[in-house]
Design a protein around this ligand. Structure first.
Ligand SMILES: Cc1cc2nc3c(=O)[nH]c(=O)nc-3n(C[C@H](O)[C@H](O)[C@H](O)COP(=O)(O)O)c2cc1C
Length: 264
């Protein structure tokens, strides 16, 4: 599948088949995709724990329960706990040296590159190390990894939904993650119970409102030719709601025995 088609057709899939286990190999592929995502200084602060409902202990499964989106967590055969380990920043010197060694960072001969790193770049980074561990840059980079894993899941025929929530510390503690780490989100994973369109492309704000060219006041000009090309390439799909969506939701609620109906 072309990348642009995969990007356009991916949806948050909230209804998955609880009875169909997800192969660990497929979760591995998601983790492989996350692992090769870009990260500032190649620091790699993203961590993930995949909890498999068919093999994890009842205590671990119980630890995942949250007041928000609880039914999704209960139904999904796998829940990935994505978190950030800011102590990865302590190894930034090693990671940057690796980049310089392989010729990914800097220019000129290797000796000059190493000298520039040791004498110029690392003292700057060392001076702001505490700042670099704070929530911000690391979380953005972790998000890139999660996005790559999400696209891999889609390509493998899996449905996923990211779930945010306020109980990060409790959840991490329950599955043994050290205190200094920060929960990013839970991601449910399973084989979709709903049609891949999941009711159609979810609403988005107008393109021009989100993106600019050269100046805040100048909306980025949206070319119709580009929109047409992406439509031909199956990037754009039918907008939500598709006519049968309400019936599909009713069907899914009954099939998955989600009670009472609603959001959480
Ligand atoms: C970081 C993050 C947290 C989210 N948290 C929730 C959540 O708690 N519950 C939920 O049902 N969906 C959650 N979502 C899914 C979004 O609401 C979803 O992106 C939105 O419905 C648009 O749909 P789409 O992903 O299908 O394009 C979350 C998505 C992200 C990226």
């Amino acid at each position: 599948m072309e990348l642009r088609e995969a990007i356009g057709r991916r949806r948050s899939i909230r209804f998955v088949r609880p009875y169909k286990a997800v192969e660990p190999e497929k979760i591995q592929m998601m983790f492989e995709a996350a692992r090769i995502a870009s990260h500032w200084g190649n620091v790699q602060s993203l961590r993930g724990i995949a909890v498999f409902k068919n093999t994890a202990s009842p205590e671990i499964i119980e630890a995942l329960q949250a007041p928000v989106a609880g039914w999704q967590i209960r139904k999904a055969p796998v829940v990935i706990v994505w978190y950030c380990d800011p102590t990865a920043v302590d190894e930034q010197s090693d990671r940057l040296h690796e980049l310089v060694d392989v010729g990914a960072l800097g220019f000129g001969g290797k000796k000059e590159r190493v000298r520039a790193l040791d004498e110029v770049l690392l003292p700057i980074f060392d001076g702001i190390k505490d700042f670099l561990k704070e929530p911000g840059l690391n979380e953005i980079d972790c998000g890139q990894g999660i996005a790559q894993a999400t696209l891999m899941a889609y390509e493998l025929g899996l449905g996923t939904c990211c779930l945010g929530g306020p109980e990060g510390d409790r959840i991490l503690k329950g599955i043994g993650v050290p205190d200094h780490c920060r929960l990013l989100l839970l991601q449910t994973v399973g084989y979709p119970a709903e049609h891949w369109e999941a009711g159609g492309q979810r609403p988005r704000q107008p393109f021009e409102k989100l993106f600019s060219m050269n100046h805040y006041d100048e909306p980025f000009p949206r070319s119709e030719a580009v929109v047409e090309e992406l439509t031909r390439d199956k990037f754009f799909t039918q907008p939500a709601p598709l006519p049968e969506r309400e019936e599909e939701l009713e069907f899914l609620q009954r099939a998955l025995d989600v009670d009472p109906p609603g959001l959480i």
